[in-house]
Design a protein around this ligand. Sequence first.
Ligand code: CP
Length: 318
Amino acid sequence: MQHFTNVNDLSNLQQALQQAFEIKKDRFQFTELGRNKTLLMIFFNSSLRTRLSTQKAAMNLGMNTMILDVNQGAWKLETERGVVMDGDKPEHLLEAIPVMGCYCDVIGVRSFAQFISKEDDYNEKIINQFIKYSGKPVFSMEGATRHPLQSFADLITIEEYKKVERPKVVLTWAPHPRALPQAVPNSFAEWMNATDYDFVITHPKGYELDAQFVGNAKVEYDQEKAFEGADFIYAKNWAAFADPHYGEILSTDRNWTVDSKKMALTNNAYFMHCLPVRRNMIVTDEVIESPQSIVIAEAANREISAQTVLKMLLEGIK
Ligand code: CP
């Protein structure tokens, strides 16, 4: 694999899943693959799970790791071409990227949607410049539109916990005090569409996701109806996608918070969330602390998804 930004970069999803389960059985069986190879992780935004799980995954493969927090301790980066650089950004991304590429073998990038330009966000302007100018394999550690390492971990988790071959998986919008990107729900929908699951998305009107990610999912505006018979509830907030409200909060209605009453409508569903989660906004204490909550197992699988992807990228280096 040359780069990894979405599910289609995996040539075969079922084989990738089998590889993930092999790695989980013995995560130190490929330590020679990464010997004398360096992973550079570049964060334009904060992280707990992605940072730790990806670093651990790289170490499991015998790699060295370096981490750069662009907004803490590095020069502020100008990302627009043609700008007269007389402001507070002393370095341009077009020099910084190839320089970073000189010091490593694989690059991971986290760069969220900025909600300034929908076109720039949905063209993945930052990650695509790393792909174009770094000369190295690049993978997304959450871009503007997708979070593929999270979605891969989510899929591994569902495969581990599912009790029927074709579970009903429900992605539900839930309230949040800040405007959040659509990367996690877009990506989750994209990966669920790549499976044979019964996949339903529920959200208030106005929160429709980009049709390219909704794919074949059923969209149900009545959350309680959507929850009926569900095997997995995947909660997440996102800001509006549709114009003219791109990036805006349209609702903070706490009737959409996932609580025990709604979980009782399901087929004893497991509760999932990518974390970090705002308790009693997205989900009640009771639900996230219940035996049906698998958020920690889900986070633990981030190490496995990252290691599977890093292994494939290392194998692709000529
Ligand atoms: N789920 C996830 O990506 O967590 P972090 O933002 O902490 O990395």
